[in-house]
Write a protein that binds this ligand. Structure first.
Ligand SMILES: [Zn+2]
Length: 231
C-alpha cells in the first residue's frame, strides 16, 4: 500500500516514474526505508509508523537514477573479482558503498529541487561522514605490506567525505589521507572529480561513458597495486 502521508512533490515523482517502472510498497518493521530493484520492477519497504515523505522521495530518486542505466559499483566489482590483488580490496560492501555515494551525489540536487531540506536527505544527514579518529586510525601498511582491509577502509572513508552533501569541514581529514598515501588519494579524488562532472542524462559510449570512467579507475588501482604486496 502506498504510504498515506506523501506530499505533492513525492506523489508527482511517483506518478512520473510509474510510466517506466512497476513500483509497489510493502510495510516492514525497519527504522529506515529501502528499495529493492530488479530491472523495471521496484519494491519500496517502509515502516508506516515512522515514514515521512522525504524518505520515500529519497528511495524514489534511487529508482529515477535507473532510467539512466549507468553502472559504477557493479562494474567495478565484476571486473576486479578475478584480480588477485584488487579482489581483496574491492569487496561487495565497498563497491555497493561507492554506488550509493555516486547515486546520492546525483540525486541530491533533485531532492533539493523538490523543495526538501538537506537535513532530511539521509538519516543523520548533516553529521560528518567520517570521524578524524577513523581517518587517523587507518594503518595502510604493516612492515611494508599493505593490509587490504585498511585500503578498503581508506577508499570508503575518502569516498564518503567527498560525497557528503552537508557542509562539513574535512580539511584535516584530507590532509591526513593525503599523507598516508598520496597516489591512492589522488586516484580516488580524481575519480570523484570525474563523477561530479559526469552527465548521467547523456551517457555515450565514446564521449561520456560510465564504463570507461570505471575502467580508468580499475586501471589506476591496478597500477597502484603493481609493486605492492597486499595481504
Ligand atoms: Zn540512498
Amino acid at each position: 500500500m502506498t504510504p498515506l502521508n506523501l506530499d505533492t512533490a513525492t506523489l508527482t515523482l511517483l506518478e512520473d516514474l510509474r510510466n517506466d517502472f512497476t513500483i509497489s510498497f510493502e510495510t516492514k518493521n525497519i527504522d529506515y526505508c529501502e528499495v529493492f530493484q530488479k530491472s523495471k520492477t521496484a519494491i519500496i519497504y517502509y515502516n508506516p509508523k515512522i515514514v515521512n515523505t522525504e524518505s520515500i522521495a529519497h528511495e524514489l530518486l534511487h529508482i529515477w537514477l535507473n532510467r539512466y542505466n549507468y553502472s559504477i559499483g557493479n562494474h567495478l566489482f565484476l571486473c576486479t573479482q578475478s584480480d588477485k590483488k584488487l579482489s581483496k580490496i574491492l569487496n561487495k560492501f565497498l563497491c555497493d558503498h561507492i554506488t550509493n555515494c555516486c547515486d546520492h551525489f546525483k540525486m541530491y540536487p533533485k531532492f533539493i529541487e523538490m523543495g526538501y531540506s538537506s537535513s532530511n536527505f539521509l538519516t543523520n544527514s548533516l553529521a560528518p561522514k567520517a570521524s578524524l579518529k577513523d581517518v587517523k586510525g587507518i594503518k595502510l601498511k604493516l612492515l611494508g605490506l599493505y593490509n587490504s582491509n585498511s585500503v578498503n577502509l581508506y577508499i570508503g572513508c575518502l569516498i564518503s567525505i567527498l560525497a557528503d552533501h552537508a557542509e562539513n569541514d574535512y580539511t584535516e581529514h584530507h590532509a591526513i589521507l593525503k599523507t598516508k598515501d598520496e597516489e591512492l588519494y589522488s586516484i580516488v579524488t580524481q575519480f570523484w572529480t570525474k563523477w561530479v562532472g559526469f552527465d548521467i542524462e547523456n551517457i555515450d559510449p565514446i564521449f561520456n561513458s560510465d564504463l570507461e570512467l570505471t575502467d580508468n579507475l580499475i586501471e589506476e588501482f591496478t597500477k597502484w597495486g603493481e609493486s605492492k604486496t597486499i595481504f
